[in-house]
Design a protein around this ligand. Structure first.
Ligand SMILES: [Zn+2]
Ligand SMILES: [Zn+2]
Length: 242
C-alpha cells in the first residue's frame, strides 16, 4: 500500500483528543503517517483565571497559585497537548506547534489555510488527507473551530490535497444540536486503543505545578473529559477522497 499522510488540525489543546482521539489512534494503527497540528495558542481559556485564583479546588488535590500569566498558561497547555498526542502514539516529530499559530479566538479561515499549506508542503497531494472539525451553522460553535473546517473544505475543493475528513463535536451531539445529521461513530477498536485514549485524557488532569503542569484540560472542560473517559469516540461527519 502506498504511504498515506494524514494531518489532523486541532484548533486548541484538547481538541485532538476530545474530538479526534479515537480517529487518530485508528489512523496510526492502520499504518498511516499521522501528524497533529495545533492551530492556536489556547491562551483565551477562562481556565487561566480559575487556576490562578489562589483558592483550593474540588477538581484536584491542591491549591491554586495566586495568579497565572499567559506565557505560563500557554506552556502548560502545550505540555498537555504534546503529552496527549504522545500517549495516543504520535512521535515527537509528528506533533506540530507552528510558530505562526494564531492567538486563541483569532484564527481566521485564511490563517488556518496557511497553517494547512505549511504543514503539507512538499508532500504528494494525492496521498495527503486533512482531518479537522466540521463547520456547523446555527449552533454555538467556537469561531476557531469553524475556521479550521472552512479552510480545509475550501482548500480541498481547490485541489490542495486529495482527502478530506471532517468531524462533529461530541459536545454538540450531547446537547442535542445535531439532530438528523448523518455521522459515523468511531470507537476504540481494541483495549490497547482505549488505554492510549484514557492515558491521553489523564495528561489533562495532571497537577504538578513544580513541573509547570496545571491540569488545564479538566479545569477548562471538565464535563467533556468526564464524558470522554466513559466512552471515548469521534464523530465522523464527512469523508471523501478526490
Ligand atoms: Zn477547541
Ligand atoms: Zn483546581
Amino acid at each position: 500500500m502506498t504511504e498515506q499522510y494524514v494531518f489532523y488540525f486541532a484548533p486548541h489543546q484538547d481538541d485532538e483528543l476530545l474530538n479526534f482521539g479515537a480517529a487518530i489512534t485508528q489512523d496510526i494503527d492502520a499504518g498511516n503517517q499521522v501528524f497533529c497540528v495545533l492551530c492556536t495558542d489556547g491562551s483565551a481559556s477562562g481556565a487561566r483565571q480559575l487556576i490562578g485564583n489562589g483558592e483550593t479546588c474540588h477538581l484536584h488535590q491542591g491549591k491554586h497559585p495566586a495568579g497565572m500569566e499567559v506565557p505560563a498558561f500557554v506552556a502548560a497547555r502545550d505540555k498537555e497537548f504534546i503529552g496527549s498526542c504522545s500517549a495516543m502514539g504520535l512521535t515527537d516529530d509528528r506533533i506540530l506547534l507552528p510558530a505562526n499559530r494564531a492567538r486563541d479566538g483569532a484564527l481566521t479561515p485564511e490563517h488556518a489555510a496557511e497553517l494547512m499549506l505549511d504543514a503539507t508542503r512538499g508532500l504528494p497531494k494525492t496521498r495527503v488527507t486533512v482531518k479537522t472539525l466540521l463547520p456547523v451553522a446555527g449552533v454555538d460553535q467556537n469561531p476557531d473551530h469553524t475556521a479550521v473546517g472552512t479552510a480545509a473544505r475550501s482548500l480541498w475543493e481547490g485541489g490542495a490535497f486529495a482527502g478530506l475528513t471532517l468531524f462533529y463535536e461530541p459536545i454538540h451531539l450531547d446537547r442535542g444540536l445535531l439532530e438528523g445529521r448523518e455521522m459515523a461513530v468511531l470507537r476504540p477498536q481494541n483495549e490497547a486503543q482505549t488505554a492510549r485514549l484514557l492515558a491521553a485524557a489523564g495528561v489533562y488532569g495532571r497537577w504538578e505545578p513544580e513541573t509547570g503542569r496545571y491540569a488545564v484540560g479538566i479545569h477548562s472542560v471538565y464535563d467533556e473529559f468526564a464524558a470522554f473517559v466513559i466512552a471515548p469516540h469521534s464523530l465522523q461527519g464527512f469523508a471523501e477522497q478526490k
